[in-house]
Design a protein around this ligand. Structure first.
Ligand code: UD1
Length: 417
């Protein structure tokens, strides 16, 4: 089992080039099935979730490669329409392949995704979207079987602006005959990125990034290139790390417009953020203040994925910081681990209250999930002494070569096995 050893107390200084967005590349890799042609994806991050998506594409019979930031998929050789349980379990977001497989093959067979670290993760809205496009659903022995005799455009009204369901609906609708209207769609920047990819593929799509998206399927381009947007959650994590360690970090390849709610919260804490094009300088000098109450919500609200690293940065801030989690049920699983490092945090249902400023000390802690692991990294960088974060497999899902990267900006960080 691998872990991350961090000796805290060093200010992070230097430059970090922010990786491409994990949550963008996964749906785009899935959508590459649609055309039966070739897709080249640039700025693709080297993450275990991307490896899992590439393995799914290969299992389906596609040629798929990933080297040095570029993924290549040739889906002309696709022969299968199922995702086995082992691959579904490796990546919860495998359900994002549902719409693409169904649209391409007329049939999709997936094992039912279970709950995950963040609590129950229902997929009712994904299934509703497929049914609205004319698919028939059967569930048998924990497996989902969807069939269609050619998907047809339709109206999909989402009761919650689910990111994954919006993406699945957009992808399936791209392979349907006629026009589809998706209402109450999620507006996350990653949806906009998927829209740009689908447009490059030849799909007539309008309104992606707003609450109403219309999609008209049609002929696909035989080949297509796409560059993934910057990962706003990785950027938020690095800002939290610079804030907590009292650093001076320059982030390059970043999109400030995708992270206004996050930048506002750090500014309220007294972190200075200077933006210039796709570069952002983050300066944390002296004392931090609590940002007050931070309530997570769908975009453009404060992203639930950035809540754990922000909470870790708030532990050294003067005053009480309140976190209200409205998106997922179990999103405070990092709290008991932070407490092992000396944090004063109380949790009541979906509200967490952190009292600062506290002095954190190094400890052996376990990453409970991906972003909970990010919170532990931030806390360990600010803590006195040595921390060991175990269960690195969670962190590897979302952060590229993290130990090397932290070392390159002055942290004492080392991967251990
Ligand atoms: C995506 C992101 C994840 C992020 C989340 C919210 C990816 C790969 N993952 O996850 O990092 O934390 O958006 O920004 O992009 N829901 C239902 N029924 C459904 C689908 C969702 O009730 O069919 C609920 C969920 O339980 C949750 C809420 O909707 O409470 C939002 O989830 P959703 O936006 O779907 O998150 P994901 O797409 O899974």
């Amino acid at each position: 089992m691998s872990g991350l050893k961090i000796v805290g107390g060093r200010a992070l200084c230097g430059r970090i080039h922010v990786q491409g967005a994990k949550n963008s590349v996964l749906p785009i890799l899935a959508a590459s099935l649609l055309s039966g042609g070739e897709t080249v994806i640039h700025n693709c991050p080297a993450l275990s979730d991307v490896d899992a998506a590439i393995d799914i594409l290969r299992h389906l019979g596609c040629r798929a490669e990933f080297t040095q930031g570029t993924a290549y998929v040739d889906s002309s050789t696709m022969t299968r329409c199922d995702i086995p349980d082992e691959l579904m379990r490796r990546m919860r977001s495998s359900v994002i392949f549902l719409g693409a497989i169904l649209a391409r093959a007329g049939e999709a067979k997936l094992s039912m995704p279970g709950g995950c670290e963040l609590g129950p993760r229902p997929i009712d809205l994904h299934l509703l979207a497929m049914e609205r496009l004319g698919a028939e659903l059967e569930t048998r022995g924990g497996n989902l079987l969807l069939r269609s005799h050619g998907l047809r455009g339709g109206r999909i009204d989402l009761s919650i602006p689910s990111v994954g369901a919006t993406e699945n609906a957009m992808i399936a609708a791209s392979g349907a005959q006629g026009e589809t209207l998706i209402t109450n769609a999620a507006r996350e920047p990653e949806i906009g990125d998927l829209g740009r990819y689908l447009r490059a593929l030849g799909v007539k799509i309008r309104g992606e990034g707003t609450s109403t998206v219309s999609v008209e399927g049609g002929g696909f381009a035989p080949c297509c290139q796409h560059t993934i947007i910057p990962d706003r959650i990785a950027a938020a994590t690095f800002i939290a790390a610079a804030a907590a360690s009292g650093g001076d970090l320059t982030l390059t390849g970043v999109a400030g417009d995708h992270m206004r709610a996050v930048l506002d919260a750090f500014s309220r804490m007294g972190v200075e953020i200077r933006e210039c094009g796709d570069t952002m300088r983050v300066l944390s000098r002296g004392k931090l203040r609590s940002p007050g109450t931070v309530t997570t919500g769908p975009y453009p609200g404060f992203p639930t994925d950035a809540q754990p690293p922000l909470m870790a940065a708030c532990l050294g801030a003067e005053g009480i910081s309140v976190f209200v989690e409205t998106v997922f049920q179990s999103r405070f699983r990092h709290v008991p681990e932070l407490r092992r490092m000396g944090a004063d945090i109380k949790v009541d249902g979906r509200v967490a209250i952190a009292q600062g400023p506290g002095r954190l000390h190094g400890a052996r802690v376990e990453a409970p999930d991906l972003r909970g692991g990010a919170a532990l990294m931030v806390a360990a960088l600010a803590a006195e002494g040595e921390s060991i974060i175990t269960q690195m497999r969670h962190i590897d899902r979302g952060y590229e070569k993290i130990a090397d990267l932290l070392r390159s900006v002055g942290a004492e960080a080392e991967r251990i096995d």
